[in-house]
Design a protein around this ligand. Structure first.
Ligand SMILES: Cc1cc2nc3c(=O)[nH]c(=O)nc-3n(C[C@H](O)[C@H](O)[C@H](O)COP(=O)(O)OP(=O)(O)OC[C@H]3O[C@@H](n4cnc5c(N)ncnc54)[C@H](O)[C@@H]3O)c2cc1C
Ligand code: SF4
Length: 324
């Protein structure tokens, strides 16, 4: 591991200045649970690490008129244990609780979770220069691809690793980005980009921008949310497949439903067709099976990940029926 210097900005303005200084070689550091692994494995070699933890007041969860605001430096443990989140957004609460281990939730932050890099084993291997690292091939395509994408893949087939992102997108959350020309706020759903748009980067953040805050709009009357995650191991693990669902079920009928999957695509994957199929209909397993089959018409499994198509029906049905 090469030496790097640690910048400890005290203000948001100073972060932007540090990031602008040596664009390719400056990296943001939050809890460090992901990026320090990248440095140790020599996937990146920073000259400056800009420590966001040195800025005061970026860790908070507070209820305001337009919803609940969550500071980017809020730890995953604080999010998982917050009674307001547990009460108003059970889907987000479940998602936060399901991330990694207690130690990692204590260190890891909300902003870091949303911006973490993919877990593709070829990407994490310092010997391999694949498309995502500026090479000319995706090694997963003809190689080992058990955990890779069945939707939205090409030219890279990563799956988006964050549990929080599908849950927050199902809740219609917005993300506030500190940028040199001021702050901008966009739907979290528009934050992520497919590899066919930009194979090197998973989101729209500029090299001199960072995530400052997430806002989750207030719960509407009768609205519930759930998160269901299937893992390969009983202990901590990333999602093989997960579903975040938000909606209203009234008199056994689905209305205003939103479904976002994790573990199946390079970005959190919204199921708009399935949502339209089930809206206004009685909540039954048969209806959800049909919605899953319709969704799967667009799936493109690779050599080792066809099992995800079978899991999709199970996860969609269990997560959605938990609303009833
Ligand atoms: C063993 C293990 C198991 C895991 N299991 C899960 C799991 O089950 N589910 C899951 O969702 N995650 C899982 N993770 C990932 C973990 O949740 C992330 O490592 C963690 O959330 C990252 O947060 P951090 O604050 O430590 O980020 P850091 O490691 O500090 O940063 C991660 C990335 O985000 C960037 N970044 C950080 N903060 C910001 C910001 N405010 N604005 C812009 N960019 C920023 C950094 O530059 C870096 O690229 C696991 C990780 C490990 C090591
Ligand atoms: S899936 Fe993406 S990260 Fe993995 S080898 Fe292919 S290009 Fe690289």
């Amino acid at each position: 591991m090469k030496n790097f210097s640690l910048a400890e900005p005290q203000t948001i303005e100073q972060v932007k200045a540090f990031l602008s200084e040596r664009r390719e070689k400056s990296f943001l550091l939050a809890g460090g649970t992901d990026i320090l692994g990248e440095i140790k494995d020599e996937i990146i070699d920073p000259e400056i690490m800009v420590d966001l933890k040195s800025i005061p007041n970026l860790s908070y969860i507070r209820k305001e008129k337009d919803g609940v605001r969550i500071g980017a430096l809020t730890s995953l443990a604080e999010l998982a244990e917050n009674p307001l989140i547990e009460n108003d957004f059970p889907g987000l609460h479940e998602a936060a609780k399901s991330v990694a281990t207690p130690q990692l939730r204590n260190m890891g932050t909300v902003g870091g979770n949303l911006c973490q890099k993919p877990r593709c084993w070829y990407y994490r291997d310092p010997q391999v220069k694949c498309r995502k690292k500026g090479g000319s091939r995706c090694f997963a395509l003809g190689g080992r691809n058990k955990y890779h994408a069945i939707f939205g893949g090409g030219p890279c087939y990563i799956v988006h690793p964050s549990d929080l992102a599908p849950a927050l997108i199902s809740l219609d959350a917005k993300i506030s980005i500190a940028a040199p020309k001021g702050e901008k706020t966009i739907p979290l759903a528009d934050f992520y980009v497919l590899p066919r748009v930009n194979v090197r980067q998973e989101n729209v953040l500029g090299s001199d921008e960072f995530v400052r805050e997430i806002t989750v709009p207030p719960v509407k009357r009768g609205e519930k949310s759930t998160y269901y995650k299937l893992k390969e191991r009983g202990a901590w693990d990333f999602a093989l497949l997960s579903a975040a669902v938000k909606g209203v079920v009234s008199g056994g009928i689905f209305s205003d439903i939103r479904i976002v999957l994790g573990g199946v695509a390079p970005v959190p994957w919204r199921l708009e067709k399935a949502e339209n199929m089930i809206k206004g209909k009685a909540a039954t397993e048969e209806l959800l099976r049909q919605a899953a089959q319709e969704t799967l018409k667009e799936a493109r499994a690779l050599k080792d990940n066809g099992y995800k198509k079978d899991l999709l029906e199970v996860v969609l049905s269990r997560a959605t029926l938990m609303l009833v």
